[in-house]
Design a protein around this ligand. Sequence first.
Ligand SMILES: Cc1cc2nc3c(=O)[nH]c(=O)nc-3n(C[C@H](O)[C@H](O)[C@H](O)COP(=O)(O)OP(=O)(O)OC[C@H]3O[C@@H](n4cnc5c(N)ncnc54)[C@H](O)[C@@H]3O)c2cc1C
Length: 372
Amino acid sequence: MTHDAYVIVIGAGISGLATANLLRDAGHKVLVLEARDQPGGRVRSVRDGERGGYLGDLGPTWMWPDVQPIIVSWLSRLELDVVEQFDTGHAVLEYEENSVPVTNHIPGQLGTVRVHGGTQAIIDGLAGALPDGVIQSNAPVTSVVVDAQGVKIITRSDTVREFTATRLVVAVPPRLAVSAIDWQPTLSTSLRAALGSMPTWMAPHAKVVAIYDTPFWRERGLSGRIASRVGPIVEAHDHSGAGGADAALWGFLGWPHDMRAEYNGVLKDQIEAQLARCFGADAPTPTAIHIMDWATDPFVAVPDDLTGPMSHPTVGPNVLREPHFDERVYFAGAETAVQSPGLIEGAFAAAEHAAASISKAAGVRFAIDPAP
Ligand SMILES: Cc1cc2nc3c(=O)[nH]c(=O)nc-3n(C[C@H](O)[C@H](O)[C@H](O)COP(=O)(O)OP(=O)(O)OC[C@H]3O[C@@H](n4cnc5c(N)ncnc54)[C@H](O)[C@@H]3O)c2cc1C
């Protein structure tokens, strides 16, 4: 059987793209199949429509280089700089409905940074390092068939396409690997249980980025932080560029997904009203408000994700990191990692683990196809 690639990777998020880069470094021919029309997965940055510049992250934004060495090495490889999270001044605290918000100091998280140019710059760097044609967009994988000849992968959108490979890396959120893909032969009971038990980190959440002309809160001695028991924003932070350029705030919407859906038509008004409550009626209004509700994204959330958990994921069982089907199928994705599962650090760690496992197995048992 002629294979389209030595390794096919499902999913062009950080983990799938990093896996593809590492496998190509090792000389393997790789294809990445991505369900959406563009790479990035949970990474999504708002860009200025006119100037193309970065305005804010609707997906991940924070990293902690002091305790995340894998991210540090990838940022260095991609030649990306970081900016420190601005947290100088008091926060605005909103305790209950119809109460006047108060300002006070609340402790911040030391060592929190963001990527200069937005988290999207990581995706641009990873995707840009792959030759044209390696990432196949609009290719949602619906079936995988494994046999002695290799792996057959079927995608279904407007058309049905079939790809073949020697090995497969599944770099989609673990629950989607079970619920969205039909496996032949079926996955083992322990693997199905492990994949199903890993909630997709942040899937129940919605994020807002509010754009301003200036970071006016800084001039008022405020950090831009909001902590609210009223909402819709429960937690907000300064999201401006270096030196206060491209002023913005980002926040998590604390209302559960069904309430967000119910208030969808008026959510922006509610957010604007809350920002006016917290910063005062004389505060400038945002020039734009961008909302991303990840609970509604079929390539992130499954129904089980909608009710939480809200705490950081724990390390999943070893079966997630082991090869399957006679070393033909591997899993990556942030949730499968030992280091910082669910986070960007985890996405890179899982990529490194999957790529190293494949290279080890390939070196022992298979010849390596040269990269094109
Ligand atoms: C709102 C929010 C805030 C976050 N904040 C932070 C933060 O501050 N710091 C941090 O470290 N992490 C944060 N995270 C987590 C971070 O986004 C993830 O750890 C990381 O992006 C996961 O990358 P991944 O490649 O493992 O998965 P994903 O980004 O989910 O990528 C999986 C890819 O697979 C594709 N796919 C899915 N199903 C299929 C299919 N059947 N066929 C083909 N393709 C498919 C998807 O479209 C997607 O592109 C946040 C996440 C969210 C949503």
